[in-house]
Design a protein around this ligand. Sequence first.
Ligand code: ADP
Length: 745
Amino acid sequence: MKIELKKHFISEKMVFIGFGLAAIYWILESFLYIFSPSQVGFFEWLFGGNVGGIWTRLIVLCLFVFFGSHAQYTLDRRKRAEEALQKSEEKYRRIIESIEDGYYEVDLTGNLTFLNDPMLIILGRSRDECMGMDLFDSMDEENAVKVFKIFNNVQRTGIAVNTLDCVLTAQDGSKRHVEASVSLKKNSKGESIGFMGILRNVTERKKAEELQQAKLTAEAASRSKSEFLANMSHEIRTPLNSIIGFVEMILETDLTPEQRESLDIVMSSSYALLSVINDILDFSKIEAGKLELEETPFNLRDFLADSLKIIAAKAHQKGLDLIYRVAPDGPDGLIGDPARLRQVVLNLVGNATKFTDKGEILLSVHVEHQTDNEVLLHFAVKDTGIGIPKEKQESIFFVFQQVDGSTSRRFGGTGLGLAISRQLVKLMGGRIWLESEAGQGSTFHFTARFTLSPDAEDVFKATLDDRTHGVKVLVVDDNATYRHIIQETLKSWNMLPLVTSETGEARKMLIQAQETGSPFDLILIDSSMSDPDGLSLARWIKTQENINVKVIMMLTVLRRSQIDFQELGIQSTITKPVRSSDLLDAIQIALDGLKSLPEPEVSLKVQDRISEPVGRPLRILVAEDNLFNQKFIFRLLERWKHQVVIVANGRLAVEALSQDKFDLVLMDVQMPEMDGFEATVEIREREKRTGNHIPIIAMTAHAMKGDREHCIEAGMDAHVPKPVSATHLLEMIQKLFPAEPGDPF
Ligand code: ADP
């Protein structure tokens, strides 16, 4: 109450002042009457006087009160307006301060007159440094020119701009990418006094956009690179395929030894070129993330022996022993991608063979870690070759890196093999590394993860019977590692092996065993021991009437054809590197005396010979646009006694089928006008009316994952990859048209 009165009193101050002034006037006027000639006293005039005087004074009083209250009213209004302005300014400031974006006001020359805290952060300066600072000082020349133009425009047109994009430089030199608005700031008279606007720091977003853009560009580049490589390799492989195919055909004819030798060189050079192209294609597929691993069950020990046989000829030619060993606890049945694992193994063993002149190459495998359904295997390829200096050991796992460029001329190679192996091993959940010293040989290690095959057939345990139990065996091999491995394997089959490195010693042991009444049942001899060689030991055994031991000869591939096994009294043979299941078979054959002749020769040619067809002649339509391929396939099919019609694209294939009768279509996928997929869809559509179904074999050169699926989806029955292998094609045809009784061939 008291407060309200006081407020009221204050607010009516001007009225009281009016009263006060009127009272002073009254008193002064009364005082002045003292000197007037009317002789009226002061008090008399103050409290009385004539009526006119009183009226005058009352009017003056009213006037003063009126003016006082009017003045009071005006003052109150201004005060309220000021208070409202202050409140609104306060609110506006609070809003400006609370926004995350920067807010700025500059005068017409660009000097900052006001800015909020976020703006200080964007400029990277303190408030004191910023106030009065020229905004253009925080920009480089290019940005300053751009912003200056926009400010000018806004001033000229009065139209605000919301999309100013520029870069500010903070005091520490860091760049801030900002998006800003600019509008004209006017005073109460409507005159332009500067500019103001909101400024947003979009540096992070710009960075993310740039990264995204860079990623998209890189992805596009990588895609086009791998597409280019796929196309390029197709272009190279097509004529190469024809070269290989034709040479293969010529090799089947009568040739002089020189001609055969020359053509063999053409053949092996073509395969070398093909393998380089395949490497490049593989690498680009891995880089493009397009390579996916298969999940196929396979038997580890057989896989290793089979893989090594591909390289064995080369190693034995150089006089190198090629040995593999799987630790006894190593599982047999695995699920993984054997083709890719073979690629890694062959690359490492191939390199070891290439860079080793004497000694041995040992591929060993043991379990690094195993769970109920998974195993991490550790593979090691140890050679006794030239070794790799320490400083090169990292780099050779990267593309096109070789220890010494000049060696590539001597040994061949592109420097892609290890880079591909590294990536493949990574895909298999493992890693690859190396231990080596220059001149001391190298050991390449890698690990890979596989699923354990639950129904894996354990070749040894499944086929072992009492026949091997307690069988006394003498192993004669001059390679210590080999002796050890064979001994270990035989022991695991409950046999009783003894080993020796010399044929002289072996003779003594055989005689001694005979004399002591516990003769050997079996002798395993390495045929390629250095002097005296294993064959002479076999010959000697044959002459010993009282020594009755079964002989198994371990051969290198190169020697098989030169040996007369019967003459030497050899019961059974195996080829090195020895596959455990083959060894077991050989032992059983020798003990049972079932067979005394060697198994048919293992084909070591990269591509099998063109086999002879069985069945009946077929009418085959071939849709292929490439002239070389047309000729090659024509000659091949003709040789297999089929009738062939060739067309150059899918459209012509569809037409030919509607006019003529065929048993089979070979359909290239990439063709002009109408490709193989479209043509197949069209053929299958037409067949819906007739109810017939013609088998279509696709020929694809894409070699990308999903090709097969794509072909099947389009309605094709089978798929052969290009370059077309004669054997593969023949197999495919025979699968679709199995021979029946009464067929001419
Ligand atoms: P390439 O053998 O095709 O040149 P790789 O990537 O397989 O390519 O090998 C790269 C390089 O590593 C080889 O050129 C060679 O210098 C070196 N290298 C690989 N393996 C061996 C090895 N076992 N002994 C010595 N050097 C090796």
